[in-house]
Design a protein around this ligand. Structure first.
Ligand code: GLA
Length: 532
């Protein structure tokens, strides 16, 4: 069978998806509904770094990873906050020793310093750490991994972790890895429930963390096939995670293969826009839990400077993982400057970390997206022009929940102050990204009774709200929130001081009237609802 990417895989597993969702609703109670507390040990913003797959596919090896890590440490990305160097598929070929331990090719992963042994993954993890970066690795939740559908070369079976969750995740952590991406080729082939398998993986990861004392960030990669935005937040009690919302933006483009199949792969703007469009699940995303729009393709074949701007602007405003899949040694200065743009990264790393909502589409394909930020009155605004013609756009600030014209506005790309009441010109196939500071319209306040907030009026489409809560446990508090309008998600509420309530940003679905929480008494104080 040929390797399938994204949407094709979806169709194939449609039946499994329907069965799994049914199963999920029956079993959620056992998975994540109970109120539990956990250490806050993970990155507050969505992870940033590099992943080997898009540009090196299954030819990845120690030398390539060292070069990429070195590039990231020296080209300004590390200073910008990019930290993970993630080794994707192809690092092992499914071989285990008699005790079930993963065996790797000593030539692919040789010793890099005196005293190290060939064929030990700690070598590369230590190298990455020596540059002040963090190391990531990859496996599959099923028995077989995606190497059974190779992008090039022979196929290898048994590259998944099923049956070895405890052993493998502990091993990754002992080798020194800080991040693990868990794919779904085997899980899909076996028609498993993602919610069940990934909860088991999450628990194995947490046990590994407890044993080694090293945080292991969990990246779920089941391509959105079983609606992970409903179950991935808090799955298995994990306090921070990302989940892929769709298939791959593109199959890999390995320039060094000079292979006719790879040579004809060209990224289009539509590929990037499709990933963004399928990845918008704003009700599921809160500090620590992120929709993953896929690895970035900045500067890769087919990408122009304006496409890169659209790509960076959309991923930043969506607070999506910024895992760059390009060859970092070949990035153009323009692509690098977008990736390290301080204002764009500040929008990405806003502590509420919400996704934007579409507030206007004055003409088909010309869209205004706005994201509420943690500081009152702050917004990030993307004016996305998907069309072939330049456009001039007036922003109606009232639709962004602002009272009047913002006092201050900045063009993110140039860093310059601009007049908020100007008409914004956006060239064909381009994106204007703005940071604005204004005055929020007055909020409606709803006080919590026990663990419920009733009578909410969220009638004007997706609605921004701030939850006020107390969590004096000194640790993160994971609670589940539900509404009659279809909200079903988990929040990881950061600890608060003894006397000061914390606030937490969320987007309520249209029509939300009642919210209920699995939270300890007194934890939820009130909800401020901003009508946009
Ligand atoms: C899937 C994932 C990709 C990559 C490849 C490796 O397609 O979605 O991100 O990990 O597998 O085969």
């Amino acid at each position: 069978m040929e390797k399938r990417y994204g949407p094709y895989a979806w169709r194939e597993y449609e039946l499994a998806r329907i069965l799994a969702i049914g199963y999920l609703f029956l079993s959620l109670g056992h998975l994540v509904l109970s109120q539990t507390t956990f250490e806050r040990n993970s990155v507050p913003h969505a992870p940033m770094g590099w992943n080997s797959w898009n540009s090196f596919a299954n030819i990845v090896n120690s030398e390539i990873v060292q070069q990429q890590a070195k590039a990231m440490a020296t080209n300004g990305m590390k200073e910008g906050g990019y930290e993970y160097v993630v080794i994707d598929e192809g690092w092992w070929l499914g071989e285990r020793d008699s005790a079930g331990n993963i065996v790797v090719n000593p030539k692919q992963w040789p010793a890099l310093s005196p005293g190290q042994k060939d064929g030990d993954m700690s070598n590369i993890a230590a190298y990455i750490h020596s540059l002040g970066l963090k190391a990531g690795i990859y496996t599959d939740a099923g028995r077989d991994g995606c190497s059974m559908y190779p992008d090039s070369g022979p196929k290898y079976m048994n590259t998944g972790s099923e049956g070895h969750y405890e052993q493998d995740f502990l091993q990754f952590s002992k080798w020194g890895f800080d991040y693990v991406k868990v794919d779904w080729c085997g899980g899909a082939k076996e028609k498993r429930s993602g919610a069940v398998q990934y909860a088991e993986v999450a628990r194995a990861i947490q046990r590994a963390q407890e044993t080694t004392g090293r945080p292991l960030f969990f990246s779920i990669c089941e391509w959105g096939s079983q609606n992970p935005w409903f179950w991935a937040p808090g799955v298995g009690g994990i306090e921070s995670t990302v989940w892929r919302t769709g298939g791959d933006i593109i199959p890999p483009v390995v320039e060094s293969l000079h292979d006719p199949e790879h040579d004809k792969r060209v990224i289009t703007l539509q590929n990037v826009l499709d990933s963004f469009d399928t990845g918008m699940h704003p009700e599921a995303q809160h500090t620590g839990y992120y929709n993953d729009l896929d690895m970035m393709v900045m500067g890769m074949r087919g990408m122009s400077d304006s496409m890169d701007r659209i790509h960076m602007g959309l991923w930043a405003i969506a607070s999506a993982p910024l895992m760059v899949g390009s060859d970092l040694t070949r990035l153009s200065p323009a692509a690098l400057s977008l990736l390290t743009n301080k204002e764009a990264l500040a929008i990405h790393n806003d502590s509420y970390a919400l996704q934007p909502v579409k507030v206007a589409e004055p003409t088909a394909g010309v869209q205004v997206w706005a994201k509420p930020m943690a500081v009152a009155g702050r917004r990030a605004v993307a004016i996305l022009n998907r069309t072939d013609a330049a456009v001039h756009v007036n922003v109606d600030w009232g639709k962004l929940g602002l009272d009047g014209v913002p006092q201050s506005a900045r063009d993110v790309w140039s860093g310059r102050e601009i007049a908020a009441d100007s008409v914004f010109s956006v060239p064909a196939h381009d994106l204007e990204l703005l940071w604005v500071a204004g005055q929020d319209k007055e909020a409606a306040e709803y006080v919590a009774t026990k663990s419920e907030i009733n009578g909410i009026q969220a009638t004007s489409g997706p609605t921004f709200a701030r939850l006020k809560y107390m969590n004096t446990s000194g640790r993160g508090l994971i609670i589940r929130a539900r509404s009659s309008s279809g909200l079903s998600t988990a929040f990881a509420l950061p600890p608060t001081a003894e006397s000061t309530a914390g606030t937490f940003g969320l987007i309520l679905p249209h029509g939300t009237a009642d919210l209920s929480f699995d939270a300890p008494p007194g934890a939820i104080r009130n909800l401020l609802v901003y009508s946009w």
